[in-house]
Design a protein around this ligand. Structure first.
Ligand SMILES: Nc1ncnc2c1ncn2[C@@H]1O[C@H](COP(=O)(O)OP(=O)(O)OP(=O)(O)O)[C@@H](O)[C@H]1O
Ligand SMILES: [Mg+2]
Length: 232
């Protein structure tokens, strides 16, 4: 089901962050929100998932759909181990044995299996972000929000994780919102890129990337040309 954002307004006290924004986000696609720091991307994502309430306007298409959200800051529970952080979110979805296997699988995926009994404070920022990503991927959602989800992840793992996320989203037919400042990330994963400016948040351009996902890695030249065209 498409998410329809219609005539949304949002202010924080006297700061008008969003003013009459309209957006239509189709299912089974990775929608990338691209724009400068402070333009309102996270605010828009929070409105879409219902963590914030708009002052005016409607957002339709979310009814009872399971959502996974990798927040820009990792939002782990500081008093719980990494394993417990995942378990806390996932325990309703799996029986005990399956839960352990799912947690082990996803911590291995983000190269953190050795840290499952550590506490968030014992991990670096990038490591905590990987835990948050593992937690979101393990949660079988229908909508996924990735707010700077790959930041602080080293290059090699980042490209493996982007591959994984791309396939994961395609197989599950997830509607995904990818918020990033990283052109490569946008070009590699996105079906649609929304270029925003602020404040208030304004959609200045919407582009659809028509290079098939499976070919993007091997078509560096096309991507370079795209990059010039898109991120001018
Ligand atoms: N809880 C809040 N209270 C007051 N102002 C806020 C709040 N959250 C965000 N803002 C303001 O709203 C504007 C948009 O913030 P937002 O976090 O949505 O930007 P962003 O595009 O996600 O930026 P970044 O790329 O740096 O994460 C900023 O000017 C910020 O100062
Ligand atoms: Mg943000």
């Amino acid at each position: 089901m498409t998410i329809e954002v219609q005539q949304i307004y949002k202010a924080y006290h006297s700061l008008q962050v969003i003013s009459d924004l309209n957006l239509s986000l189709g299912d089974n696609k990775i929608h990338c929100f691209f724009g400068p720091s402070g333009c309102g991307k996270t605010t828009l994502a929070n409105l879409i998932v219902g963590l914030l309430k708009a002052d005016n306007g409607t957002i339709a298409g979310l009814q009872d759909r399971r959502m996974a959200y990798v927040f820009q800051e990792d939002r782990l529970l500081p008093w719980a181990t990494i394993q417990e952080n995942l378990s806390f979110v996932l325990k309703k979805s799996y029986d005990k044995d399956k839960l352990r296997a799912v947690i082990d699988y996803h911590l291995k995926l983000v190269e953190l299996e050795a840290f499952k009994n550590s506490y968030p404070a014992e991990l670096s920022g990038g490591m905590r972000q990987r835990v948050a990503l593992a937690r979101a991927l393990a949660y079988e959602a229908e909508i996924m929000i990735l707010d700077e989800a790959f930041k602080g992840v080293h290059l090699e793992l980042k490209s493996a994780l982007m591959d994984y996320v791309g396939k994961y989203v395609e197989e599950r037919r997830l509607l995904t919102i990818l918020i990033t400042h990283d052109m490569e990330e946008a070009l590699y994963l996105a079906d649609d890129i929304y270029f925003f400016e602020g404040l208030p948040l304004k959609l200045i351009r919407h582009e659809t990337i028509d290079i098939p996902k499976g070919e993007r890695r091997h078509r560096a030249k096309d991507l370079a040309a795209y990059k010039e065209k898109l991120f001018r």
